[in-house]
Every structure is written in C-alpha cells, then in structure tokens.
Design a protein around this ligand. Structure first.
Ligand code: ADP
Ligand code: MG
Length: 421
C-alpha cells in the first residue's frame, strides 16, 4: 500500500538459521523439502546455520561480520528471531546492524510473525506447509519493509527488544505450559487454552499506559486527568528514529542493502558477555541503544499523561504489535508491521469460562472485538507498564519466558527491517 518498488533485483546473500528442535523437530526436513529448491531456482545464495543450543544464533549474530550478509533469516518459531533481533541490538554497531533485513520461515510451533507477514501480503489464511511456501516465496522476492520494535525493561534493569508481544496471565501461562505439547505443532495453543480454562486463574497487578492518541485536554479548572501543565510531554525521540536509522524507510529490496560499515571491525568477541550490555545512562564506553524517551525509571511513578487502569484483577494482559499471536489467532485486525503502535488488550476478572473460550474461538477470524464482551478492553498505546502483584507467575516476551516482575515497554517505530510482501 502506497509503496513503489523501483527496481526488481534478486536478493543477495542470506544467512538462514535453523533450529532443528523447533516445532515438531522437523524444521531442517521442512527446509530441505520445501524451501531449498525454491531458493535454488530463484538463484538466491544462502548459507544454512544449524543452531546447537539456545542463544547460539544470538551469539553468532552478535559477532558476525554483517558485511557478508544481505539478510538474516530464521527457520524456526518466533523464539529464534527474538534471539537474532537481540543479538543485533547487543552489538556496538547496533544502529547499522539492526538495518540488516530479517526474515522468517515458519518451522516452529509458534509462528506468529510468519502468520502476520503472510496476512500483511493480503493472502488468504494459510497454515503449515502452505504458510512455509508463502514465506519462502517472499524470501525469493526479497522485498523489505520496516518493522517496529518494542524496547522492554525488566526489573533487573535488563533491556530486551521485542517484535511480537508481551504477555502476562492466561496467554503467557498457555504459551509456557503448552511447550510440553510441542510435538503436536501449532495446535498446542488450543490444547493449552482448554487445559488453562479448566483451572482459570485471576492475576493481580497494576497496569498503566500512554495512549497513542493524546487524551483530550480538559477545560481549565478541571483537575482529574490530562497533562499537568508543569510536566509538558518530552519530545519523543523515537518518532525521529525511523528517518535517522532508515534513510530509505520505504520498502525496497534486500539487495540494495549494503553494509559498508566503516565501524564493522569495532566488534570484537571480547565485547560479548552473554549479558545485555545496554544501560540507560550514556557514556562509560558501553553500548548505548535507543533512548526510551517515553519511559521513566521503573521505580518512578508513571507520568501524568499516562492512563492508569483502575481494575487490578485480570485474567490476561497482552501487548501485541503484529496482527497474529499464532497461526490461527488473528488478534489485531488492522495491525501492520510498522504502524508505530502497541496494541494493548486486557481481560478483567469476572469473565466466565465460556465467554473467554468464545473470545479465543472468535479470534481465529479476528472477530473477538465484535463479541461485545464487557471484560475485554483494547487500547492503542505507545508505552505501557505492568506491575504484577501476584507473587509468582509467568511473563513472556515474544513467547519466551522472561524474569517475572515489573515490566515496561515502549515502541520504536520502524527500527528494524523485515522481508515481507
Ligand atoms: P518453537 O515455536 O517450536 O517454540 P522457537 O524458535 O520459538 O520454536 O524456539 C524455541 C526455543 O528454542 C527458543 O528459546 C530458542 O532460543 C531455543 N533454541 C534455539 N536453537 C535451539 C537448539 N538447537 N536446541 C534447543 N533450543 C534451541
Ligand atoms: Mg517459541
């Protein structure tokens, strides 16, 4: 939409990371059976990298000579792309590195981004091998668009970058509990949902967010909400990032992307510690990743421009920035990879089991918002904070379990680039 493809050229050299354990353990066979021939026919040069353990791809990406690759692609579930994105952002040259186009070939049991990218291409829904073929075809075409990333702060001050979701409560529990049904493939989420429904829980916590549209200013004299005159909104750095980082932010071809990095030899293995090196404080020779201009420190109260949710008893909180949460869960009708929005959903306590099941069943067709469920709330936001009160639980980022505790997030529009269309 609104995109002009100026020139058609073959995509260049592609590094493809395969997680042989993902999904039903058949990612490599799926690659050889369905994608390899396609790439050969389209004369796309690629190199396969089979991961041997968790964070293997992340470590490789962190120290790779990116001038050798025109795209980094994963054949796995969303978890492996999460590693690649964070590996790129942990580099000293992250600003250049994160412009390396990334791509996804669904080989896992959680293929939310693949389903989303397929959906953005305006194709009718596809599953399994059909979805894989669609994504393989996109890789051959090599068109690249921009991808929003979300910066995540955890209470240990660790910072992560996310392309898909932050979840707490029902969705996060299902995601993690259903890992034991991985051998059944994508249907694991449905099985997990049914199991979790049987023992539906309430999760206590505080939720606040910065609405994407500013709250209407109240007339003078009213004091309830709105911006306090004494705390004018800071100018958002993130809104200027896409132009800074992506001089050509329109869709183009990966072959146009050329790493001619004068700094590329600044990255040495000795710099990689396995820990996220980013600090909010600048200087000190540490890698400085994008400033989260919308987020105060986690131990500071949220700004007055934020909305604080009154309810504190939830069944789920889900922040998502792609259309699909899974192949058969069309969670955000109207979302795109670079709409600059976090789509925040929450379900408050009191919802009945049948009503919650209805929501998830309706989500297959993206119809859950038409269920008129009074417990389901949907807001478009730029930043959010979640502070669980329930002492133990699960929080996931892009389907991967992270440290449990207070978490906050803000969008960075168009920070990365994605093979799509
Ligand atoms: P799935 O959708 O099947 O869960 P993911 O791509 O999300 O597939 O991978 C699941 C987890 O496995 C992720 O945490 C990923 O980092 C990790 N992982 C990657 N490579 C390997 C490997 N070779 N062996 C074990 N785990 C791996
Ligand atoms: Mg996964």
């Amino acid at each position: 939409e609104g995109v002009t493809y100026t020139e058609v050229r073959r995509p260049g050299r592609v590094m493809i990371f395969v997680n042989p354990q993902s999904g039903r353990g058949q990612a490599l066979q799926l690659f050889t059976g369905h994608v390899q021939g396609m790439l050969t026919e389209a004369a796309v040069p690629y190199k396969l990298f089979i991961t041997e353990h968790q964070n293997h791809a992340r470590e490789v990406v962190r120290r790779a000579d990116l001038s050798r690759w025109d795209a980094l692609v994963i054949m796995s579930g969303d978890g492996l792309l999460f590693e690649v994105i964070n590996g790129l952002m942990e580099r000293e040259d992250w600003q250049r590195a994160i412009q390396t186009p990334v791509g996804i070939l669904p080989g896992g049991s959680g293929n939310a981004l693949a389903a989303s990218v397929h959906h953005y291409s305006q194709s009718p829904p596809a599953w399994n091998e059909e979805l894989l073929l669609s994504c393989g075809f996109m890789l051959c075409k090599g068109l690249v668009g921009t991808l929003d990333l979300v910066s995540i702060h955890l209470s240990s001050r660790q910072r992560l970058f996310s392309f898909l979701s932050v979840a707490w409560g029902f969705v996060a529990d299902v995601d993690i509990e259903s890992e034991k049904y991985r051998h059944v493939g994508a249907i694991r989420f449905l099985m997990g949902t049914l199991v979790r429904l049987a023992s539906l829980k309430i999760y206590q916590g505080r939720l606040a967010y910065l609405p994407a549209k500013e709250k209407p200013k109240l007339p003078k004299g009213t004091t309830k909400t709105g911006h306090s005159p004494s705390t004018p909104q800071r100018p958002s750095l993130c809104s200027s990032l896409p132009c800074q980082l992506n001089p050509d932010s329109s869709t183009n071809l990966i072959s146009h992307h050329n790493h001619n990095s004068p700094n590329s030899n600044h990255n040495t293995i000795t710099n990689t510690t396995g820990e996220i090196t980013t600090k909010r404080s600048e200087g000190g020779g540490k890698t400085v990743t994008p400033v989260d201009s919308l987020l105060p420190d986690l131990d500071q109260p949220v700004p007055e421009s934020w909305t604080v949710v009154q309810e504190e008893d939830f069944v789920l909180v889900l922040a998502i920035y792609q259309s699909h949460l899974a192949e058969d869960l069309w969670t955000v009708p109207g979302a795109s990879a670079d709409d600059g929005l976090i789509h925040l959903f929450y379900v408050t306590a009191g919802i009945s089991r049948p009503a919650l099941l209805r929501l998830f069943l309706a989500m297959e067709k993206g119809a859950h918002l038409s269920c008129d469920c009074p417990h389901l709330v949907y807001e478009k936001v730029k930043a959010l904070r979640l502070e669980p009160v329930t002492p133990h639980g699960v929080i996931t980022v892009d389907g991967e379990m992270v440290e449990y505790g207070p978490v906050q997030a803000q969008i960075h529009p168009g920070l990365a680039r994605l093979i799509c269309g």
